[in-house]
Design a protein around this ligand. Sequence first.
Ligand code: SF4
Ligand code: SF4
Length: 353
Amino acid sequence: MRYKRLGRTNLELSVISFGGLALFFKEIDEATALIEAALDEGINYIDCDEAGNQFVPALVYEDTRNKLGPVLKRRRNELVVGIKSMFAKKEDVARDIDKALEYIFKGTGKEKIDIFHLAHVDVDEKLDLLLSPAGGLAAVDEARQQGKLDHVLVASHNPKVLLRALKTGQFDVAEFPFTIIEQDYLKEVVPYCREHDIGTIAMKPLGGGQLTQRADLCIRWIMNHDVDIIIPGMKTMEELKQNIQPGHNYVPLSQEELKELEEIARPIGQEYCHRCGYCLPCSQGIHIFSQIDMYKTATISLEQKRSLYKQMKARGAKTAGDCVACGLCIEKCPFKLPIPEILERADKALSGE
Ligand code: SF4
Ligand code: SF4
């Protein structure tokens, strides 16, 4: 496995690391076996994610505790762990930090968060709140001073908001979606990171599960660009072996392979949601791109999606089916996606009607 220095964190991480979202949908034994196998293959970074539970304070980190926790008790020194908070207010972020320490790291060889993520920083309003005296960054600073965490990461689906966050000088690592369809980050974000020694992590390297038919081409395409590490999701042993292969033996894409990837990406790119968040807020309070993401991804099965959708409805969260086609979001979407139409299709598929 090749390793790269993650900017000013000075961590040497495996070029192919572990995107943890898929683990959320696995049984505990299977998830634990996948993490162990990844470690055996030389992966040394896991980027934890608990899907919708990340937004529910009573549930967050339970799943990671059950699946990653037992591995960390045995092999903490082999693994760098990224833990995320979706929240922006100081008290919420402080609560997440303490809960992660209690649930995931207590009783391991290092009771400290390696990389703490302020995630989904996609719109200016959230960044403003995070940076304010009552914001999450104040909680992160206090936690760092108290020795509760080492490094701070900002994750965003919006290159402009991400660049603004990075320019505060408060973040050691930037995480952003990066594929042949989403190359905007190469314009300003990546050069800024290089200039300021900020680490870079490519998330959603398979287009959030939309480019899975040639995962190897997607990963090798990213490796041909200037980002540090890549975190594909891996939900089976077969996928694990396939996705880490370029980390062991990288072969640049040939002209034919590049053409093949471009052809696969072209139709997907025509209705591709970049999760930039410009369409928000929705007049009905729908988190538009999470709903489109859930509909389009192939990372989880339709059955799993339907179960998640049902759970969201049961907790009173706004879903695709709440769209009233007011059209407000279409004007704001830079890609002019037909959002109400997509949400109508999404609701039909996800509710099974
Ligand atoms: S629907 Fe459009 S504006 Fe909204 S997140 Fe997707 S690409 Fe961005
Ligand atoms: S068209 Fe639908 S998704 Fe868009 S703002 Fe209106 S209700 Fe929300």
